[in-house]
Structure formats: structure tokens, C-alpha cells
Design a protein around this ligand. Sequence first.
Ligand code: C5P
Length: 316
Amino acid sequence: MSPHLTAAPLPSVRVRAPGKVNLSLRVGALQDDGYHPLVTIFQAVGLSEEVVAHQVPAGAGVSLGVTGLQAELVPTDRSNLAWGAAEALAAHVGIDPDVRLEIVKEVPVAGGMAGGSADAAAALVACDALWETHVPRSELLELAAGLGSDVAFGLVGHTAVGTGRGHALTPAMVRGEFHWVFAASREGLSTPAVFRAFDESAAAASELELADDTALMQALRAGDPVGLGQTLHNELQDAAISLRPALGRTIDLALDAGALGAIVSGSGPTVAALARSRQHALAIGAHWTAEDACDAVYCTTAPAAGARVVPRASRE
Ligand code: C5P
């Protein structure tokens, strides 16, 4: 038998990273750098992105493919944040960025759930493992922050307080598991457009206070979904609804179905509803579907882990 037929496949590394919901999102006034200071509480959810980094011959450069949910909406050139992540990591360690990235999407595109940021976080971890560059976690977090405001949270996952542009993270204590259901729209919302609408409404607080989230943090520590539902808070919500008025009805429908709380996720247009149980989440989703309130419904639990390598044994 020819030895060529048994040549080992080139190595690859598979990494999964979570989407998120902002349990609280407090927004300050626009600064000179074009960003808004935030105090936010991120929670990673069970909808996750997968990035597989494949070894390619030296000098091949970066290439990228996308499959899964709404894949047709995602760029496959260097404007994709995962491509930027591979280049940033390679530049950081002084090597050529040679890699094939295959993204499998599960988080709605431009939905306010940081799916693109999860791709970038996953690409950082996948390339670091594939290239055996062993970049310390603190440096990966810095690279992540340079790529986008939500990328560092994609690395860290679980539940965390974000300050600055949202990238400076402190873990939050959480007990138990929360049941979420998401109403997704086929057509996304542009994050900069939502921030512009926020600016035009002049809704920014002059001081951002994490103390305002004390009751929410207590509910998280106690594993109290009722308390969490009552304290969900998103200061971009009115701006998102001004651009997509139907979102107000989607929130109302969730509350009609007994949701413990319902908010726009991040900059939207996904609406997140907190449920008492998986059965209840399914019932809220069924109510949305019956009322034709959204294009797709996803039930999941939270918190979920940050970007992690999927061991070979657990691959399908
Ligand atoms: O950091 P990222 O690329 O995800 O941000 C996208 C856009 O969202 C920014 O260009 C900015 O317009 C807006 N943004 C902001 N303040 C933040 C985060 C994002 O104004 N803290």
C-alpha cells in the first residue's frame, strides 16, 4: 500500500465561544474617541459560535468560510472580525498569519448578542492553540479589547461586569442556571446606528453607577430569577425601539406570556425574555410564534463558559 494514502490530515483546532445578553446596560455620553462609556453586566448564553482553525501551508495567508445560521450575511474577507483576530495574534507574536478559519454560526447575525465578537474570541483561542504560540491570557484579553468592545467577554464568558467600552471585565458571582428565550429578527440592527439614536435622544446619564445594579447582583448571587427579571435594564432599548418599533410589542407579548422580565438584547434587535423554566421558555416562544412577532425563537440557559477548545473526543 502506498504510504501517501495514509498521510495524516493537517491538524485543526475547534473552539466554541458564547453569545451574550446584557442583563444591565448603562450608557454614558459619547466621548471624543467615538465610544460611549458603559457599565454593563454581561451574561454568556448557551447559543454559541464554533470556529475551526485548520493548518495550511506556510505562506498561504488567512482564508475563511462561514456556515450555519444566517451564514449568507457574514463577510468572508478581512472585514470579518475572526480574520482580524488571526492577523492581530500573528502580528503580536511576530509570525505570518497562515490559517483556514471555518466558522459555524448559531448566534443571530447583527442581533445584539455579540456573535461576531464570539467568532473573534474563538479565533484568538483557536489560532493560539494551532500555532502553539502560548500567548498569556492577559495578552489575549488585550488583543480582544483591541478588536471590539465585546470580544474580551467572549473569551471570559459566564457573567461579568464590563466597564470602559465594555471590555474591562470583572467576574460576577452567580448561583444556578437561568432560562432564556430569544426572539430573533432576520434583519439586524447596526450597533453604531443604535448608539447614534441614543445620542439624539440625549438620554445619557452624567454619572454611571454600578451601585444602581445592586439588586440585580443580589438576584444573581441568590439564583433568584424573579429578582433578576425585575431588575433587567437596558438604556439602549428605547433607541433600538425607535429604529424598530415592533420590538416594543415583542417585549409586551413576552410579559403577557408571564416572562419574569423582557428586554432588547444589547443594541438589538433580538429580544431576550427570562423564563421560570425550560417549559415556560418554550411557551413564551410559542406565543411569539403564534403572534408572528419574530423570525426565529431560541431557548437556552445561562450562564455559559467563555471560549474553550472542544476536545477531540466530544466532536461529532
Ligand atoms: O467596539 P465595537 O466595534 O463592537 O463597536 C461598534 C460601534 O459601536 C462603535 O464604532 C461605536 O459606534 C459603538 N460603540 C459605542 N460605545 C461603546 C461600544 C460601541 O459607541 N462602548
